[in-house]
Structure formats: C-alpha cells, structure tokens
Design a protein around this ligand. Sequence first.
Ligand code: M6R
Length: 607
Amino acid sequence: MCGIIGYIGEKNAVPVIIDGLKKLEYRGYDSAGIAINIGNELKIEKKQGRIINLEKSLDNDLYANVGIGHTRWATHGEPSEINAHPHYNIDKSIAVIHNGIIENYTELKKWLEGEGIKFISETDTEVVAHLVSYYYNGDLVKAVTESLKRLRGAYALGVVAKDEPDKIVAVRKDSPLVIGLGKEENFIASDVPAILKHTKNVLYLDNDDMAILTKNEVKIFNGNGDRVERDIETIEWDMEAAEKGGYPHFTIKEINEQPEGIQKVIDRRINDDGKIVLDGINLSKDDIEKISRIYIVACGTSYHAGLVGKYVIEKFAKLPVQVEIGSEFRYKDPLIDDKTLIITVSQSGETLDTLQSLRIAKEQGARIMSIVNVVGSSIARESDDVFYTWAGPEIGVASTKAFTTQMLTFYLIALFMADKLEVIEKEKYDSIIKEIKKIPNDIQTILDNYKDIQKIADEQFNNEKIFFIGRGLDVEISYEASLKLKEISYINSQAIAAGELKHGTIALIEEGTLVVAIATQDKLYEKMLSNIKEVKARKGSILSIAKEGNNEINDISDYRLSIPNTIDILTPLLSIVPMQLFAYYVSVARGNDVDMPRNLAKSVTVE
Ligand code: M6R
C-alpha cells in the first residue's frame, strides 16, 4: 500500500525523503513522487515504477528544508506519472500526499469542477489538493481544517504550501501516521522504518488528529480542535532489524529469524514454573467463564493463524470459536454482545478490513483482544488487550515469522484459558509447555536442511499448478502453504482437505501434477497414505511432509521432507517452515521479486 514520508528541519530534505521512500518500498508500490519547497516554488517530481527512476530524475543540486514524499499503490486510476502523488492545485502552490481512500471524491470533484477547477488525474487524492486550495487564504492549517469538514473516508495526509515553508500539516483518520521527533527536525511517516535512521522517538496520532510540524515543534489538535498531547514512544528495534543483514531477500531473512522470534515469545510469556504470563492483560477465571462466544477475525495469513487458533482454543479450553475473514465479518451482522470475545489477528495492525470489524464489534459491546506485531498500530491501540508477537519488523510482503509467532500466541492463550478454567490436567499442560520449549530448536533443524528443499524447488519451479492436501491441523497449514506459494511464485495453487480431493478436485490431477501432502497428524497418518495413493494412481507427483521416523510414506512419495517429532497439536509450528522455504526457493528459481510480489502490498489499508 501507499507510503508517506515528510521532513522539516535543518538538513536537505531531498535525500532524507528519497531514503525514507526506499525504506517504504516493501509496502508495495507502482510509482513515487516528491514535493519540496525551494522557496519561490514547490518543486514536484513524480515517476512511474521504482524509486530509482524518481531519484535519477532529480537535479543533483536540489535543496530544501521541507518536503513530502509518497509511494503509490494504485486504487483510483492506473499506475502512471500523472496519478502518482503528490497531487497539487492549479498553480502548484499546495501539494498533498495521501494514504487511504476519499469516499466522497466524485461528489467533491463534481462540485470543484463546477467552480471552474480542471482535474488532471484520475485519483481521489487530487480533490484534497484543490479543496485545500479552495479554502486557502494564507493559512494552511485553517484551509486543511475547513477541507476536513468535507472529506469522508480513510486518510493519512501530508500537506505543504509554497507560501508557508516553515510547516507541514498532517492528518490521520483510519490510516496510520506516525510523527518522528528529532533535534531541530521532525518527520511524518506511514511507518517507522522510513524515519528510523533519524530518530527513535515517535508519537502516534489518534484518529482525527491533526499535527502541525515545524522544525522545532509538533503541535497536535484532536478532532474537536483542542490542543492535545500524545505519548512519546521509543522504538526498541534498530535499522539493522529492518535491513537484510547479509541475506539476499527479507523473506529468507525473516524465515530464518523464526527460532529467535519463537524463543522471544517463550521467554516473555512462559515463566520458570511453566505458567503463562499475560503481561498486564487481565483475564480472570470469571472473565473467561463469562465468554459465550469467541470470534477470531483476520485476513490472509493472519486468518490462517486464526484457524489454528480456533483448533487449539477448542481443544484446550473447550470454548466454541468461529473464525471469520475481516472483509466478510463486518457485513454479516454477526451475533455480538458483551459476552462476546473478539480476537483480531494482524501483523501490521493496520489491515482495514480487520480494523473495521474490530470497531463494529466494539460498538456492540464485545471485548476486543488482538494479536498484533506492529507496536502502536491502529488495531493495537483500539483493542482492550493486545498480545504483541514481538517478531520484529516484517518487511517481506509474504508473512512468515509473524505467522509462527501468531500461532504460538494462540497456543499460549488457549493453554492459559484452559488452566484458568481447570479443564486441562496438570500433566498434560506441563508436557505441552515442555514440547513448546523445544520448538525453536526444531525449527532450526528444519532451516539447517534448507538445501534439500531448495533442490526440490529447483526441479519443480516450472509447474503450472501445485496442490496442497492435509487432514486435521494439516489442512490449515495447507491453506497457508498454498497462499505462500501463490503470492511469491505466481503458481496457481489450491489447498484442500485430503479427504475432499475425491469429491471433485482430483479431476485436475494429471501425470506429473505436483501435490504436496502434509501428513504430520499421527491419528490421521494412515488416512493420508490412502489419499496420497489416490493421487499416485492418477500419476500425480507427491512431495510429502511427515514426522521423522514415519517412513511408510517414503515409498509412495517422489520427494519426502521431515519435521522433528513433536505432539500432533504443535506440528503447525514446524510444518509451515519447509513450506515457506519451498515457496521462497520456487520464487527465486522463477526470477520473481520475492520481497515485493506483483500486485500485493504489505499493509492493506483499503477495503
Ligand atoms: O497485517 P495483516 O496480518 O493484517 O495482513 C493480513 C494479510 O493482508 C496478510 O497476511 C497477507 O495475506 C500476506 N501477504 C500473506 O503473506
């Protein structure tokens, strides 16, 4: 999705903005632009494609102390130079960058056209530039304030005016915006990596906040126009965590960071007595007993973590759980009351479909818990309780380390609830905790065997279609494995419950069709062997994933991968890892842009 950066201070804004835009590349974009105030004019440059195109188009001696920059991911209007941000008014004296969608832009555009204004782009954002200009009378803050009264939708905005080179006006409504605080310099950004090189002190704007940045001060006003203070937070991670650290891609770096990420969650959430620590989250036995219904709401990979979450909460805590896709949940009038617990799951904490579902549920009295990776994100801030996953910044568009830490968080929540409700025997509880503690090492063992997986990927990367099958928890991992493969390899892929294959999908199996069979559940292992045989009988090829020592599967597999032995219920934490590696190496073999796959964005802040 689109990225925002703005700078005001003593330095030359141009390299600061260009560098910030590069740090936002991972969000996914198709064009980029910059507007800087060079005194007698706003210099606005935009280019389609990579930021390097924009950088090359700028004069070397370009200098300004204030400016804004943007990476665009097309929603209204095709990717093009003209549709790229910043957008500006007729005489180019006001420039605007925008993340989100202005829902009533058609109506505003019509009205502005009636006022004689000619539009040049197809974007919704251009109306903001003309609207601010319409109200501008030498006071940018006033003009933006007036404009906001007429805007509907979701937006994070950065606005500059030629005649006010001493300020940037920024606004946030349903689209993230962070303010970076420096010494004689201040920043705006859609997310932290863009400004981390310059400052670790940030404040997050609340919905409807407007910030006025000068080089020495940041003033914030809430939606009622009252001056407010927002807490300054210190970012705990550094740039190194957001850089590739010797790996060719962020995705493979992040896959390899999983043992460390899982260990961190274990260390912070399981104390020496094996008790689960919720870190300030108040979830008493009474609270849990009061819950009549749990909805897990999420999108994409986080939704798949939710599927595993349902399984473990039902198994351990014996509470009924429904898993819902964010974009569907909010429109289906779900049954919600004050006995409902909503668990939203999101790496970015900004996915609009999930966020809007959260808001609807909150309005109806539900308690909101969230499993979130990005600290201070909207979902985190709007939830009653937050379980951070502490996976560190995830830059690759394909979610990997966030997924495993999300799943682990669900295991811990489920065990915590089961323990409180006294529905799990101590011995069982202790043995699961003991097995969980082995997971980081087990993941490392899988990662160390990456060459086996790379070899299979190098032989199979040319497939046109690949299926994933499994039973029980292996179905949920099949969904995630299939999503991972399709998003970074572009291979048409489908995941299906193995027993369901014969009810239709088997018609697609031909000689050589690759079927990945995940067979890690002891009690379903034999059934899986039968399903694999059904595929073999149609001359399909099998890549199987089974626990070490389960060797009957070898004879009917063309390729075989192992995961270390663990109890059935914990296998998702392991079995996804070879699948992530497989998707990664297939993508590399196909020459794809692994970290930034086509058409995708890291943080999906539109509906
Ligand atoms: O940030 P979120 O976890 O809320 O994102 C949800 C999905 O957009 C995300 O998981 C997406 O499916 C990823 N590209 C998967 O790798």
